[in-house]
Design a protein around this ligand. Sequence first.
Ligand code: FES
Length: 168
Amino acid sequence: MVDILERIPDSDPLANAQQLKTIDRIIDEHKDTPGSTMVVLNEMQSVIGFISVPMQAYVAKRLQVPQKAVHGVISFYSFFTTQPTGKHVIKFCMGTACYVGGTEQLIDKAKQVLGIAPGETTPDGEISLEICRCVGACSQAPVIVIDDKVFGRVRPNKMPQLIKELQN
Ligand code: FES
């Protein structure tokens, strides 16, 4: 844990005085609340936009909980991200109906067009690809969600156009 905090990259929110102040404020506000780890991480995700590995170590240190526990929460809930996400996010539903309906082919097409895989962001910071669980629109499978808007019965040949619209 100490090692991670000794080598904080310049790009990390912990290395930015303003963001560090925000992070400290969130921790100070909630550190005595029951279930503080979840509450702190939740607010940090929505305010900062992601929770890097050094940020996880910092939260663990300040809340005096094992870093493993913080990491466990982050990896269990899909709404936590460990890297900054792009301006636009395309989520691919991996629920059973969508998976059977062809989600993998949609991902392959998006990979081909953007050159990135789920969990990654384009180098210009414009578009991130993510996997999500069932969004409750199974009858429309396969489903993707672009910036919280649901698109159903998407075919692979539709992907380039959808991506192009985001880029314009
Ligand atoms: S499985 Fe994709 S919306 Fe339900």
